[in-house]
Design a binder for this molecule. Structure first.
Ligand code: DLL
Length: 432
């Protein structure tokens, strides 16, 4: 089944015309409403009249996470706050989050693209959908929720965590569909096995998984262990949240909802658009958003685009499953984390040096994070109680700054290997 055949199955020419019309409108909008974009365009010597269609996209300026941070919190909004009806946020490169604002129309767009996403996975109003993404500032929970209500599913807004309760509800309510991160899906699979509840008593048949990279191997493992079809869904807060693209049941690339989010692939160094099919950095222009439209937003996610037709009948371009990034952002249990966030917290503490190492691993299908940090020279603490106190303080400060739990290990000065070039800050042992 296809949710919206008009937009999901149009010819390439029709899609071009649709994107062109919408691009012209959005450029006009941001030029007049967002000083940041007006200034950028003026500096480049272009105005809205220079953008006549989608072929003019490469003339427009890029937007980066840094730009969002510089304009924190609401500087890139293109609608007055009286029109903004929802705010969401995700981690930025330092302590400050990235903030996004939605108008009522944006929420309707979001529900629409999420309804398409769920339909792509074969989810219908006959399904009981357990939404185990976090609800809150993170876009996962509420994003899936509204789309699922639009489809007419029986939505179970259980949010993340509390695995025992997840299993009980899944069992007792007869959940047929599951939405969560792929790593949590694997964790749930193990938990079902350990609970001793027979798999036959569960009705689960499909899952829509995303918010972090996962491989074909992981897909196979989830599909075997949970005995379901595992569908990859992609999105980012800056663009809308989940609902940017989704696999269909062919599981061969993710259909981008390109009538709303126009994708490009650029070379991360030269910033030139690469030829079709080549891998590079994904860039999105939101052509229908009102609250915070973005021009050529650099996601830092690596992928490629495939315009060939798909067996499902959708003509929407497909992006390759994302498995890497062109920056150092880590995703740990669905939470985005930059090593620089850890560094800025450590730099504020006089007892620790900025020499540190983040060790990420996956234990029982759950990501675990350990921080090893050197104690400042001359500060080495002899008393165990002092050491424990400092460890607790670092752990507490980081956990509240990052929104993720971790273990902290203090090490003696000069024990973390120094490198001659770029320091190694992260050892990622997860074999996904
Ligand atoms: O993770 C939105 C989302 C929620 C997507 C639920 C899918 C499901 P952010 O927290 O802003 O938003 O993180 C966005 O997560 O730039 C990618 O690096 C990564 N990411 C999201 N989905 C996938 C995926 C949500 N399917 C960042 N595969 C993005 C690989 C993904 N990486």
């Amino acid at each position: 089944m296809i949710w919206n055949e008009t937009f999901e199955c149009m010819t390439r020419e029709e899609m071009h015309r649709c994107q062109s019309r919408r691009l012209v409108d959005v450029v006009e909008r941001v030029y007049h409403n967002v000083p940041f974009y007006r200034k950028k365009m003026q500096e480049m010597g272009i105005g809205p009249e220079d953008i006549r269609g989608i072929e003019d996209l490469p003339k427009l300026p890029f937007t980066t996470k840094q730009d969002l941070r510089d304009n924190y919190p609401f500087g890139l909004f293109s609608a007055p706050t009286t029109e903004i009806v929802r705010l969401h946020a995700s981690s930025g490169t330092t302590g400050k989050p990235i903030v996004v604002g939605y108008t009522r129309k944006d929420l309707a767009t979001w529900s629409e693209v999420m309804a398409r996403t769920l339909t792509c996975a074969g989810i219908t109003r006959h399904d009981f959908l357990q939404v185990s993404y976090g609800y809150g500032l993170f876009t996962g929970g509420l994003g899936v929720h509204y789309g699922a209500e639009k489809v007419g599913c029986s939505v179970i807004p259980i949010s993340g965590g509390n695995t025992r309760r997840q299993l009980q509800i899944m069992h007792d309510f007869g959940s047929t569909a599951l939405a969560c991160t792929p790593s949590y899906a694997l964790y749930l699979a193990e938990a079902i096995r350990e609970s001793g509840m027979p798999r036959e008593e569960f009705k689960l048949r499909v899952g829509t998984f995303g918010a972090e990279p996962w491989t074909e191997n992981m897909r196979r493992e989830i599909e075997e262990k949970l005995r379901i079809k595992a569908i990859d869904i992609f999105g980012l807060s800056e663009v809308i949240g989940p609902g940017v693209s989704s696999e269909c049941t062919c599981q061969n690339g993710l259909h981008v909802f390109e009538d709303h989010f126009v994708p490009e692939i650029i070379h991360p160094k030269t910033l030139e658009v690469v030829p079709e099919g080549e891998e590079g950095e994904l860039v999105f222009t939101t052509v229908t958003k009102e609250g915070m439209p973005l021009l050529r937003y650099r996601t830092r996610d690596l992928s490629s685009l495939d315009y060939s037709p798909c067996r499902c009948g959708r003509t929407l371009v497909r992006m390759k499953k994302c498995t890497g990034r062109s920056d150092d952002m880590l995703i740990i249990r669905g939470v985005n984390l930059f090593p620089s966030q850890v560094e800025s917290v450590l730099l504020e503490m006089k007892e620790t040096s900025p020499h540190y190492l983040l060790i990420v691993d996956r234990v029982n299908n759950l990501d675990v994070l350990e921080l090893q940090v050197e104690v400042e020279e001359g500060f080495f603490l002899d008393r165990i109680s002092e050491l424990q106190g400092l460890t607790r303080r670092i752990k507490h400060t980081l956990e509240s700054a990052l929104g993720i739990s971790l273990t902290v290990k203090l090490v003696e000065p000069k024990t973390i290997a120094r490198s001659e070039g770029k320091a190694t800050r992260v050892i990622d042992k997860r074999k996904i």
